[in-house]
Design a protein around this ligand. Structure first.
Ligand code: MC0
Length: 143
């Protein structure tokens, strides 16, 4: 069951400059940052609020680390802006299977590693009204 907005992914050309915009404009601080080589991104997670399911909602700022990454390709075409939304669930495997059975393309056969050790998969934007959609089970929810 999808129980929260886990994060909104925002693509940017310059992560440090964008982090500073969110700090100076809204007062949001970086909760966590990392490089995800598989996904080709450097990212900063800005925690916005805790959620009723024991998780939290974040803004995820994404800068590509290589030109052939999905985010670099998206930025070249669209410029900076909202890249994807992510729903949180305690069971990414089960929810992905249920959604696949409804005819929506799930991009990975098995969830991959996302931010902060989470397990993630994506739904194809062309099957989701133009919205790249991610499903996330946080590392904490698995223990
Ligand atoms: C592409 N399209 C999008 C889109 N990306 N539409 C809405 N939102 C997006 N973010 C559209 C394109 O405009 C195009 O439409 C069509 O989908 C095909 O796109 P493409 O440019 O030809 O690119 P593909 O087909 O090679 O790849 C698209 C696909 C890819 C969604 C399969 O981006 C993908 O695998 N994304 C999932 C992984 C990802 O994005 N990772 C980065 C975040 P037209 O109409 O022009 O045909 S990593 C992350 O977020 C992790 C770290 C985490 O949360 O923990």
């Amino acid at each position: 069951m999808l129980t929260r907005i886990d994060h909104i992914g925002i693509a940017c050309f310059d992560l440090d400059r964008t982090v500073e915009f969110y700090r100076a404009t809204y007062g949001f601080e970086v909760f966590h940052s990392e490089v995800n080589e598989e996904q080709g991104v450097r990212e900063a997670m800005l925690k916005i609020n805790d959620t009723g399911d024991g998780g939290a909602s974040y803004l995820q700022l994404l800068e590509p680390t290589r030109e052939d990454s999905t985010v670099a390709k998206w930025l070249a075409k669209n410029g900076e802006g909202v890249h994807h939304i992510a729903f949180g669930t305690a069971d990414v495997d089960g929810d992905a299977a249920d959604i696949r059975a409804k005819g929506v393309r799930v991009l990975y056969d098995e969830p991959r590693i996302g931010s902060m050790g989470s397990r993630i998969t994506f739904l194809h934007p062309k099957d989701c009204g133009g919205v790249l959609t991610e499903l996330v089970t946080s590392a904490a929810a698995e223990h």
